[in-house]
Design a protein around this ligand. Structure first.
Ligand SMILES: *Cc1c(COP(=O)(O)O)cnc(C)c1O
Length: 375
C-alpha cells in the first residue's frame, strides 16, 4: 500500500502525461512559453482570482510575496506553531520575526483568539511592528479566514494564505488560495495538486502586486530580463512541469477532489467511535492533503504506528515538533507562550494513507488493523 499513490495516478494518465512531456521536448521550449501561460490562466480560473504567478516552489512563492510587501527586520509575522517548517523559515529568511500562535484542536488551524492575543501582546511590548498573518490550510482544510480577516482589518495587517496543502479546499463556495491579500501553493509531488519535481504558485487579485511579483521572480526585470530595475531572484516553474500540471489539474477538477472526499467518508464511517477522525466545520470542504486521526496519548499513537508498520501499512506523523521547538528558531525565546494544543497534537496525531486512488479494500485493511489494536 502507498501512503500517497503517485504510481497509480501516473498509470491512469500515462498517455496524456507522456504526450505532454514529449511535446515540450519536441518544441525545445523549456522555460516559460504557452504551457506556463495556459496553466496560470487555468489555475486562476479554478481558484477564482485575477492573477496566478507560477514559481519554483511553495517556499519561494511565500518568500516572493514577503519580498514584494517589503517585509524586513523589525516586522512581526504571525503564523501557526503547528505547520511545516517552511511557513516560519520564509519569515526569518526575509529578516522579520516569526510569532508562533497555537492552533485549534479540532481543525489543526490557527486559533483566532490566541492570534489576536499575540498581536496585542506584540503591540504592547513595542519592539516589533505587526505586519502580516500567514494562516496555513493544514492537511487540506482552509483556515478560518472570515474570523482571521476581522483581526487583520482591526490591526491593519496583511494576510498571506499558505495554501501549500490547501489547494482544492472551500469555504462557503469560495476556493482555497483565494483568501487574504495573496495566497501561495506548492506543487511538490505529494501535495493535493503535485507535479514531477518542485513547483509553486502565487494567487492575488492585486494588479500592482502581480506586476511586482512577475518582475521579482525573473531577476527584478523591467521591460525584459536584461533590463533589471530591482533586485529579485530566479524562481520560475519549468515548462515540463507546467505541461504535466495541465493534465493533472484536469484530473484534479474532474474527479480527484471528489475521490479523496469519498475516501475520507469511508474512513470516517469505519473509524467513528474508535479514534478521533478529522473535523470539517459546517460550510467548509477539505482537499485532504492528509487524513489525520488523533490518539489518546503519545504511547498509544506510537504503538499504533508500529502495529500498522508490521502490517505493511505506511503512516506519517505531521508534525513531530512544534515550530517553536525547532533548533533553527531557538534564539527567538518564544517558549514562554502557551502552545498547549500544538504540543498535544505533535504527540498524538497520525496521518493515514490518503489519495484519490485508494480502494475500499485498502481502506478496510487500514481500519481493521486500527480496530484490532483497540480490541
Ligand atoms: C509543502 C509546504 C510548503 C513548502 O512547499 P515547497 O514547494 O516544498 O517549498 C509550505 N507550507 C506548507 C504548509 C507545506 O506543507
Amino acid at each position: 500500500m502507498e501512503f500517497r499513490d503517485l504510481k497509480t495516478q501516473y498509470q491512469t494518465y500515462k498517455s496524456e502525461i507522456d504526450h505532454a512531456i514529449q511535446n515540450v521536448l519536441t518544441n525545445a521550449n523549456f522555460i516559460g512559453g504557452n504551457e506556463v501561460k495556459e496553466l496560470e490562466q487555468q489555475l486562476s480560473e479554478y481558484v477564482g482570482v485575477k492573477h496566478c504567478i507560477t514559481c519554483a516552489n511553495g517556499t519561494e512563492a511565500m518568500t516572493l510575496v514577503l519580498m514584494a510587501w517589503g517585509v524586513k527586520e523589525g516586522d512581526a509575522i504571525f503564523l501557526p506553531d503547528f505547520t511545516f517548517f517552511s511557513t516560519g523559515e520564509v519569515v526569518s529568511f526575509n529578516g522579520a520575526t516569526p510569532i508562533f500562535v497555537d492552533v485549534d484542536r479540532n481543525t489543526f488551524n490557527l486559533d483566532v483568539v490566541k492570534l489576536e492575543e499575540a498581536v496585542k501582546q506584540t503591540i504592547e511590548e513595542g519592539k516589533l511592528t505587526p505586519k502580516v498573518i500567514i494562516p496555513v490550510d493544514l492537511f487540506g482544510l482552509p483556515a478560518n479566514y472570515p474570523e482571521i480577516q476581522k483581526v487583520a482589518d482591526k490591526y491593519n495587517l496583511l494576510v498571506l494564505e499558505d495554501g501549500a496543502q490547501g489547494f482544492g479546499g472551500v469555504i462557503e463556495g469560495k476556493r482555497a488560495c483565494s483568501f487574504g491579500n495573496a495566497s501561495t501553493t506548492s506543487f511538490f509531488p505529494a501535495k493535493p495538486l503535485g507535479c514531477y519535481g518542485d513547483g509553486g504558485a502565487i494567487f492575488t487579485n492585486d494588479d500592482k502586486l502581480a506586476e511586482l511579483l512577475n518582475s521579482l521572480k525573473v531577476h527584478g526585470k523591467g521591460n525584459n530580463k536584461y533590463d533589471n530595475v530591482r533586485i529579485g531572484v530566479n524562481s520560475r516553474l519549468d515548462t515540463i512541469q507546467a505541461a504535466i500540471l495541465k493534465v493533472k489539474l484536469e484530473a484534479f477538477i474532474k474527479h480527484e477532489v471528489d475521490d479523496v472526499n469519498r475516501v475520507a467518508r469511508l474512513y470516517d464511517e469505519k473509524l467513528k467511535g474508535v479514534v478521533e477522525t478529522p473535523f470539517i466545520p459546517e460550510g467548509y470542504a477539505s482537499s485532504f492533503a492528509q487524513y489525520t486521526i488523533k490518539l489518546n496519548n503519545n504511547e498509544e499513537r506510537n504503538n499504533l504506528q508500529a502495529k500498522l508498520k508490521e502490517e505493511n501499512i505506511p503512516s506519517m506523523i505531521y508534525y513531530v515538533m512544534p515550530m517553536h521547538e525547532q533548533e533553527a528558531f531557538s534564539d527567538l525565546k518564544s517558549n514562554h507562550k502557551n502552545f498547549q494544543i500544538t504540543k498535544e497534537l505533535s504527540q498524538t496525531v497520525l496521518s493515514l494513507p490518503m489519495h484519490p486512488y485508494l480502494t475500499e479494500q485498502e481502506i478496510d485493511q487500514v481500519c481493521s488493523v486500527i480496530m484490532e489494536y483497540f480490541n
